[in-house]
Design a binder for this molecule. Structure first.
Ligand SMILES: [Zn+2]
Length: 247
């Protein structure tokens, strides 16, 4: 969906999560925002690198804020920032900070400028709150798998993606192949080996038992699910970039 067209100079207000920032000139910074209604926006925060900046630390990656922006010809200008969710819980442990950065980086790669995606914005705000309030080794993996499911690329986990034999009929699924789109039995196997516990955790995430998945302790299984989710998301992003380039 395209965001409403704004004329240069026009002011607009939106809620946003900061995905990334980079230096621009001496004291300014470009802030990449995932907004609720205007998609991904790159905007200039003037004077943000001065210690006396009116923005303080409200424009750090993972910050969730209400922003007032002025539409520019190329880059918009940030006029005002009011914090919605503080990032301090995210910075209270290295693991939380790493999880938070992993999700904002993924959203940065998944979103397009000028194309609003309120669902992705809402999912991002939700996962950042979860990371801050309810630490779990599967927070990032659950977010990635849910984003993939929303994008229409939910993996097949209940049966072999090639021969269609179901786990209910006693078939054991032993492999996972991203190009095939899911799990495979012993005779059809391709891709990477996967444990039955990891497949079960993925079924919990995608089958309405998220709470159960997030209650899992850190283990080789949570590591396996996270590695698979990361690879699946990268695969999806690469494929989408290729299809965008071919137009
Ligand atoms: Zn099979």
């Amino acid at each position: 969906m395209n965001a409403r067209h704004l004329a240069p100079g026009e002011l607009y207000r939106d809620s946003a999560v900061v995905l990334r920032t980079y230096k621009l000139r001496e004291s300014d910074r470009i802030v990449v925002l995932m907004t609720k209604s205007h998609g991904k926006v790159r905007a200039v925060a003037k004077g943000v690198r001065r210690t006396t900046s009116k923005f303080g630390s409200r424009l750090e990656p993972m910050s969730h804020a209400e922003v007032l922006l002025r539409k520019g010809r190329e880059l918009d200008l940030i006029n005002q920032v009011d914090t919605i969710d503080s990032i301090s819980p995210m910075l209270s442990s290295l693991e939380r900070a790493a999880q938070g950065m992993a999700v904002v980086e993924a959203v940065d790669q998944l979103s397009l400028e000028g194309e609003s995606d309120e669902r992705l914005y809402t999912m991002l705000v939700g996962v950042l709150r979860t990371i801050g309030e309810h630490p779990s080794p599967l927070n990032v993996a659950a977010f990635f798998w849910k984003v993939l499911a929303v994008a229409g690329v939910e993996p097949v986990l209940e049966s072999c993606v090639r021969c269609d034999e179901s786990i209910e009929d006693g078939v054991e699924l032993v492999a996972f192949d991203l190009d095939q789109g899911g799990a495979l039995c012993r005779s059809c196997r391709s891709g990477v080996a996967v444990s039955s516990d990891a497949l079960e955790a993925m079924r919990e995430i995608l089958g309405g038992r998220l709470r159960q998945a997030l209650a899992r302790e850190e283990s080789p299984v949570t590591g396996e699910v996270t590695a698979l989710a990361t690879r699946a998301l990268e695969h999806h992003i690469e494929r989408r970039l290729r299809s965008l380039r071919s137009f």
